[in-house]
Design a protein. Structure first.
Length: 253
């Protein structure tokens, strides 16, 4: 345990998602690795690395990949393991997702935004909410995860059009994973903070732990403005584990 209850709760989530037994080390900077083909830290047959509170866990699809990642962890700090450029120096990386910052919030740290009071709960099947997803494009809509929320959607409208929306998907360990989307042409006006504030308040009232996973920097700024704490990072990589494990023991220039 880290002595930080917020970090400990966040770690409990990722330990469960690892599927196979693994724990965050009590030693700062250490990363514990486990072979877990069914891991939910990453896409199937990929390698997932999560660092929270200065220690990490890694899941891999095979024992060959476990040896590769464990050797990389002996050469790099846990923070370097979630940096794509450093990881490519010591591992045969074929593809990368991330890194993404992992931010969490408890009620004591919540900084609600006044704009959140104007957000309304969208009715089930709201056509304007669906229109927002279409206007935002497949990439932004998919990145937001808004289609996967299990909570109500909280929206802001202009001329009856939904221009911003947020909600949560309930994950294991009573975690509420935030999803936020603002229409193109309406960004940079604080709308994301408004709808996210309403969604966070709903999650906290339900006794859930809000989680914000941010890749673009503007997304992280919104989370920090609401009081979220940046506790670590997540990175997923697809390794060429057909490469001999001896490759990982070569000296890094």
């Amino acid at each position: 345990m880290t002595g930080d209850l917020l970090c400990d709760r966040a770690r409990e989530l990722w330990v469960e998602l690892a599927v196979e037994p693994v724990q965050f080390s009590s030693s700062a900077g250490a990363v514990n690795v486990v072979a877990s083909p069914g891991s939910r830290l990453c896409p199937p047959l990929w390698t997932g690395i999560v660092v929270l509170g200065g220690a990490g866990i890694g899941t891999v699809p095979s024992m060959e990949a476990a040896q590769l990642l464990a050797d990389a962890a002996s050469k790099l700090s846990c923070e370097e393991l979630v940096q794509e450029d450093r990881l490519r120096e010591v591992l045969p990386v074929l593809d990368v997702l991330g890194p993404a910052s992992l931010l969490y919030l408890d009620r004591a740290g919540f900084l609600p935004m006044p704009e959140g009071a104007a957000a309304e709960e969208a009715a089930c099947g709201d056509g304007q909410l669906a229109a927002l997803l279409v206007r935002s494009g497949e990439g932004d809509a998919g990145e937001s995860g808004l289609e996967d929320i299990t909570s109500p959607a909280f929206v802001l409208r202009e001329s009856n059009d939904v221009v911003a929306a947020a909600g949560c998907q309930v994950w294991p360990r009573s975690v509420a994973h935030l999803s936020v989307l603002v229409a193109p042409g309406h960004r940079g006006r604080g709308l994301a903070r408004g709808v996210a504030s309403a969604a966070v308040a709903h999650a906290l009232d339900a006794g859930l732990l809000p989680q914000w996973r941010a890749r673009p920097h503007p997304s992280k700024r919104v989370a920090l403005a609401l009081g979220f704490r940046d506790l670590g990072s997540q990175l997923s990589v697809r390794l060429d584990d057909a490469v001999s494990p001896a490759w990982a023991h070569e000296t890094v220039a």
